[in-house]
Design a binder for this molecule. Structure first.
Ligand SMILES: [Ca+2]
Length: 463
């Protein structure tokens, strides 16, 4: 058996030398707000962070109460997963009102207070921007689904009822159109219509990106960003940022769309940042993002390194990851891919590899403390902006199996549709609120103050 703690460090040293060769000390600092150069983010999944009122769900006052703690870890920025009004079929990634904080998390004023307290401490607050879709409970979609044409009819992508378009969904209801809509992920997340880069002339339902409806959607997203930036936010992490424009094989139209937003931000909000869930830095950063996550989707780099979706099997993992004690992985494809992306983007933006996120098991899954410390030493000293998934700073375990409270596709969808069938249009929003879980529990295992102190030192003094 190969020894884990020899090969990784040797190869890490080789990687560092390669990065240094690719980026001499005189390398240009990427454009963007100055605060990004020293930012260390703390990602918070709000429902299972600190619960200030004891109702079983984490909330915004709870995050505010923990700002000193977050700062003590060495973090000076936070990204909060979606906090907007939602039926919570997908943990808030099914937004029903982009301009309102979900009552279970508090109020808009609670968010403003959180930002104020963060700014007092020199910290920054980024929100989650769910740009590509809404909930079927969103008023835009409910209007769009009506038989009678209206302003919102083409804000979503509707395919003819008699045409078999992969993935299209019916939306039953007494006054609803017979067309089918295209979801962006789960069926209850209809895709907003930013248009098709290359619409098929034989398919008139495929609108070009210049169609007035698509332009209206584009401008509405800008209005959402402006609302929160004026309110208190310092930027956004953009959910599925790659997904907005359809049939865009060269990424030209999606790149143009995000460059449009970035140009506007640079002019009106130069201190604001855009972080993409794209996992293709060579595309996302030229498209205008300050930071792109290199994660478990898209390119295989992060998967080769951590195998976040691989399963532990004794000292090995299936499929293999580089960070496994049995040493069955191979770091070369990661190094090649990382250097290719880094070389292409180092003067334009940042590549960030988080310790974990809300979509993958924590790195403690199937690993011991030595292994996790080795992983964090690498992730927190690589170029780019560090992102620490809440709880990783205390070595929180990954609990499996755990009950699935939010995020299931089929059962949840049926429940939501059932509710819509039973509700008149004016009652629908209230009906969706009833779907919020009554409680949310999250067990954590704190592994000791000494580990947290070591990690804190590593963050504050990475060299
Ligand atoms: Ca609470």
């Amino acid at each position: 058996m190969r020894k884990l703690l020899v090969d990784p460090w040797a190869l890490l040293a080789i990687l560092c030398l390669a990065i240094e060769a690719a980026a001499p000390l005189s390398a240009e600092v990427p454009p963007g707000p100055k605060w990004l150069e020293t930012a260390v983010f703390y990602q918070i999944y709000p429902q299972s962070y600190f619960d200030s009122n004891g109702d079983g769900i984490g909330d915004l006052p709870g995050i505010t109460a923990k700002l000193d703690y977050i700062q003590s870890v060495g973090c000076n920025a936070i990204w909060i997963n979606p906090i907007y009004e939602s039926p919570f079929g997908d943990a808030g990634y099914d937004v029903a009102d982009f301009f309102k904080v979900a009552p279970r998390y508090g109020t808009n004023e609670d968010l403003k207070n959180l930002c104020t307290e963060a700014h007092k401490r020199g910290m920054h607050v980024c929100l989650d921007l769910v740009a590509g879709h809404t909930s079927i409970a969103h008023p835009w979609f409910q209007q769009s689904a009506l038989d009678k044409p209206n302003r919102y009819s083409n804000w979503y992508i509707w395919t003819p009822a008699g045409e078999s378009v992969p993935g299209s969904q019916p939306f039953p209801g007494e006054h609803n159109r017979s067309d089918r809509y295209l979801p962006n992920f789960f069926p209850f997340q209809p895709a907003l219509n930013y248009g098709f880069a290359r619409p098929d002339p034989k398919e008139p339902w495929q609108l070009p990106t210049t169609d007035p409806a698509c332009v209206a959607v584009r401008e509405e997203l800008k209005r959402v960003m402006k609302f929160w930036l004026d309110f208190c936010a310092d930027g956004f992490r953009v959910d599925m940022a790659f997904s907005l424009v359809r049939n865009d094989p060269d990424n030209e139209a999606i790149g143009a769309l995000w460059r449009y937003y970035r140009s506007w931000l640079d002019k009106e909000y130069p201190e604001a940042v855009l972080v993409s869930e794209w996992s293709d830095p060579a595309v996302a950063i030229p498209a205008g993002f300050h930071i792109d996550f290199l994660i478990q989707i898209g390119q295989p780099a992060y998967g080769i390194l951590l195998g976040p979706l691989s399963w532990p099997n004794g000292y090995s993992r299936d499929p293999h990851a580089f960070f496994e004690r049995a040493g069955g992985g191979d770091i070369k494809p990661f190094v090649e891919n990382y250097l290719k992306n880094y070389t292409a983007t180092k003067s334009r933006g940042y590549i960030s590899m988080p310790t974990a996120n809300h979509d993958i098991p924590r790195p403690t899954c199937g690993r011991d403390e030595q292994e996790v410390r080795t992983i964090f030493a690498m992730l927190l000293t690589m170029p780019g902006v560090p992102f620490i998934y809440y709880g990783d700073e205390i070595g929180m375990n990954f609990l499996y199996p755990a009950p699935d409270k939010e995020g299931g596709p089929s059962e949840r969808y049926r429940a939501v549709v059932r509710e819509l069938r039973c509700s008149g249009p004016r009652r629908r929003t209230r009906a969706f609120r009833l779907h919020q879980p009554k409680s949310f529990t999250f067990r954590s295992i704190r592994l000791g103050h000494d580990r947290m102190s070591r990690l804190r030192r590593k963050i504050q003094h990475p060299c």
